[in-house]
Design a protein around this ligand. Structure first.
Ligand code: FE2
Length: 508
């Protein structure tokens, strides 16, 4: 497989748009007008409005309560932040240009800095004053042709600190290197000359010793890329697995012996849609496949099958002595949250709710290929954005932190309203529900220094107060989640909804 061939991914993958979407929405208003009209009556849409500022900064964030003195470090977050340029509003939440955030916690004090990631696309469009490039679910008028996915990168999904380097992660192309202190964009991350431009997904799995595994998908070329990187940041291996249908995998599982990638029946038919997303088609009559790859030999792999289902994110995975792989995930019946909800909401339409996802546990018998799945909680609890104590990544685990909502929720927003600490062995969970005007984003587990895995620590995460138009950072005792936050830092501004973050404990 030649590197040059992968470059076609950008042009034929994300750039596969055939014709531009109309500037007006169905009601005769532009998408900007339609969104702003809805925002006038639905203030909970605030997180999807987007911003035009290059930077956000508060050097001394107001804190109520007490941030523990041992909780020192930086919470880095990433997410789509600029949703409009000129008179064009993106047609999908995932198309927004990325802004990296740092919440620096030191001796009980908090400072915040947000900075737009200077991708090539962002810089060129800013200079032009208009949208120039096709995106994941958008195609602006007169969009330019592209020759590589990196030309389209919005760098807007996640972050990673690995071997002392802060990376802003996207999905279809290279990561961007970010300066940890200034948040300045330093350029694209190239792990090697041969791997330049290969897709590097936003959810790499890092083993406790620092070994990094990742995948990337090149849909139009029918190839799945695997990455094996040492703890000191050296590319050890790339693998290529030919696949007819990728299904847009977003996250994956790594165990002590295997890599597991879920391939849902979301088929890419390049000429069939106006944009990359719409060129994918849900085939619920077909199975969701599990691709199980030997970590030591990427050419040694097998498949297993599940009923059609859609998973954005996995909690963790591990493998027992008998070769049984265990993992967990919020399981949805279809990708409707992505295909409909996150598109409609950019127009200010709330007529379609997210697809419910129920937390499931899975077991794969690697000797027989048999897979079992079962709901870990009653279907009265919806979950998403699972995270773990990073110190037991790829190892046996018990605890997952995730966002949640109960079906009985009376929240005005259809988004998650709670934080959940779930025991994946017993199905028991603790839950804290935010007040109605606060919408939580991904929360992380931060271990107390010197503690045992999954024992003492804190749960921290941001939320948007859409009434006060302020973003907050809350800190909970991990073992007393239900008591509510022990400290809340409140910014004087609202940050657009982001996606993922990481807490870096030794950089203050
Ligand atoms: Fe994600």
């Amino acid at each position: 497989m030649k590197r040059r061939q992968f470059l076609q991914f950008g042009a034929a993958g994300l750039g596969a748009a055939i014709c531009p979407l109309g500037v007006s929405s169905g009601n005769g208003l532009s998408w900007q007008q339609s969104f702003n009209q809805s925002l006038g009556t639905r203030s909970d849409l605030l997180g999807f409005r987007g911003i035009q500022e290059e930077e956000l900064k508060d050097d001394d964030v107001h804190v109520e309560g007490k941030i523990p003195g041992e909780l020192n470090g930086v919470l880095y977050r990433n997410g789509p932040a600029r949703h409009e340029i000129g008179d064009f509003r993106y047609r999908h939440w995932f198309d927004g240009d990325g802004m990296i955030q740092s919440f620096r916690l030191q001796n009980g004090k908090v400072d915040h800095h947000g900075r737009m990631i200077q991708t090539r696309k962002y810089q060129e469009e800013k200079a032009a004053g208009r949208a120039l490039y096709p995106g994941f679910g958008s195609h602006p008028p007169d969009a330019q042709n592209v020759t590589s996915a990196d030309e389209l990168s919005t760098a807007n999904i996640s972050v990673l600190v690995h071997h002392g380097e802060l990376l802003a992660l996207w999905e279809a192309g290279s990561a961007h290197v970010i300066d940890e202190r200034s948040l300045e964009t330093k350029g694209l991350k190239h792990w090697s000359g041969e791997s330049r431009g290969l897709p590097f997904s936003a959810h790499p799995r890092v083993e406790p010793d620092g070994t990094l595994w990742n995948f990337g998908y090149a849909s139009s070329f029918g190839a799945l890329i695997l990455w094996h990187i040492s703890a000191n940041g050296r590319l050890l291996r790339n693998g290529v697995i030919p696949l007819e249908h990728m299904g847009m995998p977003h996250d994956f599982i790594v165990t002590s012996k295997h890599i597991v990638i879920m391939l849902p029946p979301f088929h890419f038919e390049p000429e069939s849609g106006d944009n990359f997303l719409d060129a994918h088609h849900w085939k619920p009559e077909r199975p969701t496949q599990l691709l199980i790859v030997d970590k030591n030999n990427f050419e040694n792999y097998q498949y297993a099958e599940l009923p059609a289902q859609w998973v954005f994110h996995f909690g963790n995975g591990w493998e027992d002595r008998d070769g049984m792989i265990h993992f967990d995930a919020p399981r949805a019946t279809d990708p409707g949250t992505m295909t409909h909800f996150f598109r409609n909401i950019m127009e200010g339409r709330m007529d379609i709710s997210p697809t419910d996802s129920i937390h499931h546990g899975y077991r794969i018998n690697t000797k027989t290929g048999k897979v079992e799945e079962e709901a870990l909680v009653a279907d009265t609890l919806i979950t998403g954005f699972p995270v773990i104590d990073h110190r037991i990544s790829t190892r046996q685990y018990r605890q997952v932190i995730c966002l949640g909502s109960k079906r009985t929720s009376t929240s005005a927003s259809v988004l998650f309203d709670s934080v959940v600490k779930l025991n994946v062995e017993s199905g028991n969970y603790d839950i804290y529900t935010y007040p109605d005007h606060l919408i939580p984003e991904e929360h992380l587990f931060v271990p107390a220094p010197g503690s045992n895995p999954e024992a003492e620590g804190w749960i921290i995460g941001t939320s948007l107060d859409y009434v006060a138009k302020q973003t907050k950072l809350s800190v909970f005792h991990a073992n007393a989640l239900m008591n509510g936050p022990i400290a809340v830092a409140t910014l004087p501004y609202a940050i657009p909804f982001g996606l993922h973050g990481k807490f870096h404990q030794h950089c203050v």
